[in-house]
Design a protein around this ligand. Structure first.
Ligand SMILES: [Fe+2]
Length: 379
């Protein structure tokens, strides 16, 4: 239900609640209470060359090794106190094995089992956990096709926040969010709202097509985003730095190492989220975002921000182009047997196409005909 609370001339549009239309094909809302999710906690990534990936994440990005063995590396950020934020596991196909969320209590694992069982999803539970450092865990293939994990029990490790002797100029201090590619964004949003997520921002067009939505549990812009495209796939996982200059330092280091080709997009300032950003690709092509300085969203009446898909500043506040690979490339996700999930094509309009296709256009000042359209200049 749209409920404007700012003048209609303002861009983007701010509303009091989720403005995304409820789809007719929506996934049923379970009667069961959803688990109380605290935050995105870690991602388990399958890599095809563990040594190369370790070099990228540890030697280049300076993530902290909590523990490792011949097949697996457990990494965390400087402010983290749980065992890890990223698991690199050697495997035959580069893909994502789990999007993992921490829940508020052990009882929330029972709630997760009941919630997804009612939805008819595949549900597994392991008291000993699936990875080191994590205890009792529930893994599901959610109705959108993603492998999702919930846990409470976790091994605490040293929070390195005060260890400035260890900090590097581009230190990654927190896991910030996931970003998932799904063909039907409104359907995905409705399901995630059933799971307790709330929409912070979204991108739509005049016809009501929704191209992406950002959704939160913790009081930041998001714990995950739903990006419209062929899916289920993983678009990126994002780590936060303290400040913008830390992201510049990462770019400088990549240049010094003659690795500037891993920079896919940015650095820049997002319109959506207002955060400073950089997108890079790991040795398998998994996309990592470095992200900092979005805004607080913890009040229950946090306003929702809707961007026009034709607004040239929505994805880069300075109007810089989005490269096509950013829209088209993403990582496969695995089912609970470790097999890649089939990818379903998006049938709704594609953001890439509507902003640069035959009928596409974008604007910097809505209604300013004198500027013309930046056809071909921006995605
Ligand atoms: Fe992101």
């Amino acid at each position: 239900m749209s409920n404007p609370i700012t003048p209609s001339s303002a861009e983007p549009v701010v509303t009091a609640s989720d403005p995304i239309p409820v789809p007719v094909n929506r996934i049923p809302t379970p009667a069961a209470t959803p688990p109380d999710i605290l935050r995105c906690a870690y991602m388990e990534i399958v890599v095809t060359d563990l040594a190369a990936s370790r070099k990228f994440y540890v030697d280049v990005l300076d993530l902290v090794v909590t523990e490792e063995d011949e097949h697996t590396v457990y990494l965390r950020s400087f402010e983290e106190f749980i065992h890890h934020n990223l698991v690199l596991r050697q495997g035959p196909v580069a893909a994502i094995a789990a999007f993992s969320y921490r829940v508020r209590s052990p009882e929330d694992l029972d709630r997760a089992v009941a919630f997804y069982t009612e939805l008819g999803c595949r549900v597994e539970r392991r008291a000993e956990g699936y990875v080191k450092g994590i205890g009792d865990s529930v893994r599901v293939e959610d109705p959108l096709g993603f492998p999702v994990e919930f846990f409470y029990d976790v091994e605490h490790v040293e929070r390195l926040a005060w260890r400035y002797d260890l900090y590097t100029p581009g230190a990654l201090v927190r896991l910030d969010h996931f970003n998932q590619v799904t063909p039907d964004v409104p359907r995905a949003v409705a399901h995630m709202e059933d799971l307790g997520f709330r929409v912070t921002e979204d991108i739509q067009d005049e016809a009501g097509t929704t191209y992406a939505a950002w959704m939160r549990r913790k009081p930041t812009v998001h714990d995950t985003a739903m990006t419209g495209g062929d899916g289920p796939r993983m678009h990126h996982v994002a780590f936060a730095t303290h400040e913008k200059h830390n992201i510049i330092a990462i770019c400088d280091k990549l240049g010094a190492l003659r690795m500037s080709d891993v920079i896919e997009r940015g650095p820049g300032r997002h319109g959506v989220s207002n955060a400073f950003y950089l997108y890079i690709r790991d040795p398998d092509g998994h996309r990592i975002e470095i992200y900092t300085q979005d805004y607080y969203t913890g009040d229950p009446d946090n306003p929702v921000v809707t961007w026009d898909v034709h607004d040239n500043q929505r994805r880069d506040w300075w109007g810089n182009a989005v490269v096509p690979s950013w829209y088209t490339d993403a990582s496969l996700v695995l089912d609970l047997d470790g097999e890649p999930k089939p990818v379903v094509s998006r049938t709704d309009d594609s953001e890439l196409e509507v902003t640069i296709g035959a009928d596409g256009f974008s604007y910097t000042r809505k209604g300013d005909d004198a500027q013309g359209f930046k056809l071909g200049n921006t995605l």
